[in-house]
Design a protein around this ligand. Structure first.
Ligand code: AMP
Ligand code: ZN
Ligand code: FE
Ligand code: FE
Length: 285
């Protein structure tokens, strides 16, 4: 079994990349993709651990797209660290978070909440900084009882400390991923904010025309019927099936690596179909 959607301490996961790989090895997973938000900084460490422990590491990231209805995320698999069209764009996306994080802290302080940017940066450590880190500081300081309340009352869309950030247009994300030799996958379709299967199909058809490669059909909490409907949709649009736990360690309670809420199992064949075609012996660095 494999897991193609995971987060480490280089974004809003609690485990270091090497710890994540060690856990994958303990569970007997043959491969995992590291898909930290907007960054590839954890890949090297995860790769080294993967070589040592015999777990294949798929380099990747997760990006948020501009979408008026809800959250549209794409995991981008087989994206190599270094320079490249999407890789370079990730740096500007990360930079746009800096100003936003500072403003978010200002908003919270204006609301009378005792929090500093230093505390948020300290909470985040290396890599991408975002709302889950702010939420964790608010919980630690007793401002809110749990992260969910932090989002409901302060940080979520439309709440007093909510601030948007730069996002890629869906077509732009797909084009940049493909130009970088990577495989763009539409993540957790339930967050799109679409009510009917027809609406989901229309959007996925449009993304497929734009060059989307995969659809995350296997995700924690998706009932069998939902998985099958998504896999059928993938087939009908010529998309490949992907799946993963969206593991965040202690930042997302109740989700285990590989098995999600105990209901997830992503077979190795999923990875084999998603794997880019080898370009010959020169592709091995
Ligand atoms: P950011 O990238 O800084 O905008 O933060 C987005 C991340 O916050 C998402 O990837 C989720 O992990 C987390 N998140 C968003 N909404 C909620 C929520 N209502 N409750 C808990 N976590 C959330
Ligand atoms: Zn996350
Ligand atoms: Fe996501
Ligand atoms: Fe994720």
């Amino acid at each position: 079994m494999i897991d193609l959607h995971t987060h480490s301490s280089f974004s809003d996961g609690s485990d270091r990349p090497s710890e994540l790989v060690a856990e994958a090895a303990r569970l007997g997973l043959s491969a995992i993709a590291l898909t930290d938000h907007d960054t590839l900084e954890g890949i090297e460490e995860a790769r080294r651990a993967g070589h040592r422990l015999g777990v294949e590491m798929i380099p990747g990231t997760e990006i948020s797209c501009e979408w008026r209805r809800g959250g549209m995320h794409m995991t981008v698999l087989f994206l190599e660290p270094g320079a490249g069209p999407l890789q370079d764009r990730l740096a500007t996306l990360r930079a746009s978070r800096d100003g936003r994080n500072a403003l978010m802290v200002d908003r919270l302080r204006d609301l009378g909440i005792d929090i500093t940017l230093e505390e948020v940066l300290g909470q985040a450590g290396e890599g991408t900084v975002g709302r889950p880190h702010v939420a964790a500081v608010l919980v630690r300081k007793g401002v809110v009882p749990d992260p969910a309340t932090a989002f409901e009352e302060l940080l979520g869309y439309g709440r007093p400390a909510y601030l948007g950030r730069e996002r890629l247009l869906p077509k732009e994300a797909i084009a940049l991923a493909r130009a970088s030799g990577a495989r763009p996958v539409l993540a957790h379709p339930h967050t799109l904010g679409l009510d009917t299967t027809a609406e989901v199909a229309e959007l996925i058809g449009w993304l497929a025309d734009a060059g989307l490669v995969g659809l995350e059909c296997l995700y924690p909490g998706y009932p069998v019927e939902q998985r099958e409907a998504l896999m059928e949709m993938a087939r009908s649009f010529g998309l490949l099936v992907s799946g993963g736990s969206d593991y965040h360690g202690t930042y997302k309670e109740g989700i285990a690596l590989g098995s999600g809420r105990g209901d997830l199992a992503v077979p190795d064949e999923v990875l084999e179909t998603l794997r880019p075609v080898q370009r010959g012996p020169a592709s091995e660095p």
